[in-house]
Design a protein around this ligand. Sequence first.
Ligand code: GLN
Length: 300
Amino acid sequence: MKAGLSRVKRMKNTIKALLEEGSRRLKDQGVPSARLDAEILLGAAAGLDRVLMYTEPSREISGDQVQRYEAWIARRCDFEPVAYILGHKEFMGLDFVVSPAVLIPRPDTECLVEYLLAQVLPKIQEPGAPVKILDLCTGSGAIGLSLAHYFKDSQVSLSDISAEALAVARENAVRLGLEDITFFEGDLFAPVQGSFGLVVSNPPYIPNQVIEGLSRDIKDHEPRLALSGGDSGFDIYGRIAGEAQAYLEAAGFLMLEIGDGQEKALVPMLEAQGFELTALVPDLTGTIRGVLVQNRILAG
Ligand code: GLN
């Protein structure tokens, strides 16, 4: 009896058994990426790389690692995003700390950052004068800190209304060894000082009603403050469009991330404020994800 029990227990603690049980629990709850998530969580809980999970399925995992894995599976069963469970998310090849106070950086947003690095920053760079960049609604700092990391001739400021988000951004700046970052805490441009060659923002832009239809990962766990653009989705865009000019250098650029189809209303809104459309930037699926405009009102 005793021997039987311990054998069952041992069986249960193999990589193979743990993965099967974890992915079954996730699947039963309707988590779409059940097997992959189980692999990521077991890998992180037990410090294993994924190849080893396949080559040594009968390897046993220690009790406290199993406990950690099972607690993480339980959190994932509640649709908590893997990035929040692990506290990290990769963006632009860099490791960012994330918490539920910040939106999890998305691969789509990388397309905007890559576009800025390849098409915009080299063009506005002038010898001896670093490009001044403001990442408005920075959250984890993913956009602004990636730009600072990959485009050294820059001076980057990050702003956010959430002190908790800004604390995450500060931690990321330190972890990435970026020492000369300026932080502004407050509502959009209210705390911001100076003028910039580039203002970039992934502001909250999802209409409230749409949020209710999003996956539980997002709806139940990511900060509403970072998602909700009011009933129309355009509350924050409207304010940015109206206020950005005062913080842009003459001929400075404004890059905004958008939701599907929002360029149709956003571009005229920006043009009405004196901006000129420079580019519509597609994401990985070819959907327009970024609107890049240039300030055409000369600073007076
Ligand atoms: N792209 C994010 C999403 O689809 C939303 C980001 C935002 O509102 N800024 O969930």
